[in-house]
Design a protein around this ligand. Structure first.
Ligand SMILES: Nc1ncnc2c1ncn2[C@@H]1O[C@H](COP(=O)(O)OP(=O)(O)O)[C@@H](O)[C@H]1O
Ligand SMILES: [Mg+2]
Length: 306
């Protein structure tokens, strides 16, 4: 029996490390002996295949979106045992997703993929299908860098995903226009209190939005504060809870692994970022308790004080 856990890596902004984290997390999970598939959700400028050392795309999500075959038909093997890939499209394919029922078909087929872990690299932007993939995921990861614009986009992404999820509940339709204003957002619960169905839907949607935050391209202790900051902002304005996923340093090893077309967890297993991802993979897979390595824990504690 497959676990079929869907893990999404999003964040709205391009260039923050979503693809790198997705691919390397997937490799780390596959190294634990689990069947994993990465779905390159960047519909237009796919690059997960390159990060996995595949230089020529033989089949991709494009054929599936054109309705020429099933989603399982475009799953390809990689040189890593247990690790599979659905290559993203290198052409613009948005129009295929605008066809009637195309979005539903896609979401249904993603959920039905028969692997222990389905890792979704969500790509940049906030299209409906991107938000829906994020919303249906069991584990929601938001990648951020210490840049202010990354924080802005991450907040926008989390907010849009939440609103998209709320808009799918008929019981909440009357409240949605008011909710778009963060200031009145918190008062909504009071208004909803007497309306049992609406309140239950709202609370369930809120619980579902809990996410994990990955701080990437950290190069100074003080920059770790970005994680605390975004968690506080999202909690204050949207009431959504979050936890830390991990901290990933700016690393020359990461950059050189890209040009060597090899995931860094394989090429530099002793690098801090590799160790962090391997620890996380073991935790996700229930093979370790979520104890941050002492080295990182010390780093984290000093960073929080500064
Ligand atoms: N931890 C890191 N250390 C050094 N460079 C990084 C790191 N993470 C990301 N990068 C750089 O950022 C670029 C974009 O990463 P990528 O995963 O493609 O972002 P996204 O998928 O969010 O657009 C990489 O090509 C690499 O140059
Ligand atoms: Mg990417």
């Amino acid at each position: 029996m497959r676990k079929r856990e869907i893990i999404a890596v999003g964040g709205g902004k391009g260039g923050v490390g979503k693809s790198l984290l997705s691919v390397n997390l997937a490799v780390a999970l596959s190294q634990l002996g689990k069947s994993v598939v990465v779905l390159d959700g960047d519909l237009g400028s796919a690059n997960c295949h390159t990060l996995l050392g595949i230089t020529r795309i033989e089949k991709s999500i494009e054929e599936y979106l054109k309705e020429e075959c099933s989603l399982a038909d475009v799953v390809i093997a990689t040189r890593f045992s247990n690790l599979h890939l659905i290559c993203g499209a290198s052409n613009k394919v948005d129009s295929y997703l605008e066809r009637p029922n195309a979005g539903e078909r896609f979401l249904r087929d993603v959920v039905a993929l028969d692997h222990d872990y389905i890792v979704l690299d969500l790509g940049a932007g906030m299209s409906d299908v991107t938000l829906d993939l994020y919303n249906l995921s069991h584990t929601k990861i938001i990648a951020v860098t210490p840049e202010f614009t990354s924080l802005q986009n991450a907040y926008g992404f989390v907010k849009s995903a939440f609103f998209r999820s709320l808009s799918q509940h008929e019981s909440l339709n009357d409240y949605l226009p008011k909710m778009s204003d963060p200031v009145v957002f918190r008062k909504i619960m009071l208004e909803l209190a007497p309306h049992l169905a609406a309140r239950k839907d709202y609370e369930a949607a809120l619980r579902d939005q809990k996410f994990k935050i990955a701080g990437n391209m950290i190069s100074a202790k003080t920059e770790v504060a970005i994680i605390t900051k975004i968690r506080a902002i999202v909690k204050e304005f949207l009431d959504i809870d979050s936890t830390e996923f991990g901290i990933f340093m700016t690393s020359h090893d990461v950059q050189s692994s890209i040009n060597k077309l090899t995931p860094f967890v394989e090429l530099f297993p002793q690098d801090g970022n590799s160790k962090e991802l391997k620890r996380i993979a073991r935790t996700i897979d229930g093979q370790a308790v979520d104890v941050i390595e002492r080295r990182w824990w010390k780093f984290w504690q000093t960073a929080k004080k500064t």
